[in-house]
Write a protein that binds this ligand. Structure first.
Ligand code: ATP
Ligand code: MG
Length: 399
């Protein structure tokens, strides 16, 4: 076991012998265990505790009452709770009490190292940032929303969204990047990233009337890289529970919480997609290299023009750019009246990476296809320096 747990200043609190014995066994007795919050308080007063892990005996509203004392002593203290069953009311109480996270029992080495990782990231974030190295911070201090769309299924939206998010996570603060799976019926962002979400945007939609930042944060799924995901409903039938208004409100909240919000969408030019596009700072249109895709793109982009959607927001990403049935790129640009801004080659590593659950920019960062995703990253990460607010009047549609 690494020194991680020795150095982090952790204490585990619970009054159940079995839980404490298991925790001692798990960490070879290297993490101190105590029975009451009053016992943990001593360590907090001495300044030797950074992370308090509350066991399942605290997993009810009354159990959280003593927590306020600890946070009064040290407002930066991280408190994480282990609960047998995570319910929305419990989450709400936990977030209101100021807890950082609630994880499902049993306690594991992974859940504790994730919690330690979060404290480290928080510390990193608190360091004063050198202003020039933060090119992606929008002037208003709000994050950038990037919608990934296509009017043809299977053109590579999810692959593009997840690889882009992973690059942003690798090159910036991963905890400041969030992917929203807005393909409500058949979203597969979590599948592609090998995540098993416990909570999804259905929970967010249900809690909309009291959805503050801590509660929304608790509904996100964290990838091992630190990247956050707001998962799509687990079953297509639940898609109806998410109204367009709910989705746009959630996106607005996430914009205030993250530097980048990458929204994967379904290939359906409906009210939901149009509202998402309207709220996005940047729209990446993923175009597959075949005629039906070009035909659909032409129709979709024409519709956006008719709706007076600002052309400055839309950028064309050509996928499978080296496909065997190559179309002429100039011809595509002329037909769509839009320049190709980035290109991703076709590569068998992409489906393999999906099966493996690791985006190709992570598993094969030097590959040609990863360099293709780099060109997408360049559009998103550097573009922020310019004004991408999509204010009316700024058009990039070609005549
Ligand atoms: N550049 C590429 N090279 C090889 N295969 C690719 C490439 N891009 C996408 N694919 C494959 O195409 C399939 C569809 O990709 P993806 O799921 O990203 O598309 P999508 O637009 O999100 O589809 P849907 O409309 O179903 O959500 C996947 O199996 C993926 O492996
Ligand atoms: Mg998809």
């Amino acid at each position: 076991m690494s020194d991680l747990f020795d150095d982090a200043g952790i204490v585990i609190v619970d009054d159940d012998d079995d839980f404490l014995d298991e925790a001692k066994r798990l960490f070879d007795g290297r993490i101190p265990t105590v029975r009451t919050i009053a016992d943990a308080q001593r360590g907090v007063e001495e300044g030797s505790v950074d992370l308090v892990i509350l066991g399942p005996s605290f997993a009810h509203e009354a159990g959280l009452q003593g927590v306020g004392v600890l946070l009064e002593l040290d407002p930066d203290l991280a408190i994480v709770m282990v609960a047998g069953t995570i319910t929305a009311p419990l989450l709400r109480s936990a977030m209101r009490a100021g807890l950082k996270d609630v994880v499902e029992a049993p306690l594991t080495v992974q859940s504790v190292s994730d919690a330690v990782g979060q404290i480290e990231r928080k510390v990193r974030r608190q360091r004063p940032a050198a202003p020039p190295s933060e090119p992606y911070a929008s002037p208003a201090g709000e994050g950038k929303v990037v919608a990934v769309m296509s009017a043809k299924g299977g053109s590579g939206k999810t692959v593009t969204a997840t690889n882009l998010a992973m690059l942003l996570a690798q090159r910036h603060d991963p905890a400041r990047v969030c992917v929203v799976d807005a393909d409500l019926q058949f979203g597969d962002v979590c599948l592609v990233l090998q995540l098993e979400p416990k909570l999804t945007m259905v929970n967010a939609a249900h809690e909309l009337h009291r959805l503050d930042e801590p509660l929304l944060e608790s509904l996100l799924t964290t990838h091992p890289s630190g990247l956050r995901v707001l998962a799509a409903p687990l079953e297509p039938a639940f898609a109806d529970e998410i109204s367009t208004a709910a989705m746009t409100e959630i996106i607005t909240k996430l914009r205030g919480m993250f530097d980048y919000v990458i929204v994967d969408t379904a290939s359906l030019l409906d009210e939901l997609l149009l509202s998402l596009l309207e709220r996005a700072d940047q729209v990446l249109y993923v175009l597959d290299m075949d005629l039906p895709s070009v035909k659909n793109a032409k129709l979709a982009l024409e519709t956006l023009r008719l709706l007076k959607f600002p052309g400055s927001k839309v950028q064309l990403v050509l996928n499978r750019s080296n496909a065997r049935a190559r179309l002429d790129e100039k011809e595509i640009e002329r037909s769509l009246k839009l320049k190709i801004s980035a290109a991703i080659p076709s590569d068998g590593m992409v489906p393999a990476s999906i099966n493996e659950g690791r985006p190709v920019v992570e598993s094969a960062p030097r590959s040609r296809v990863a360099r293709g995703f780099d060109s997408v990253y360049d559009l998103v990460a550097t573009d922020v320096k310019q004004d991408t607010s999509g204010k009316p009047g700024k058009r990039r549609w070609m005549p």
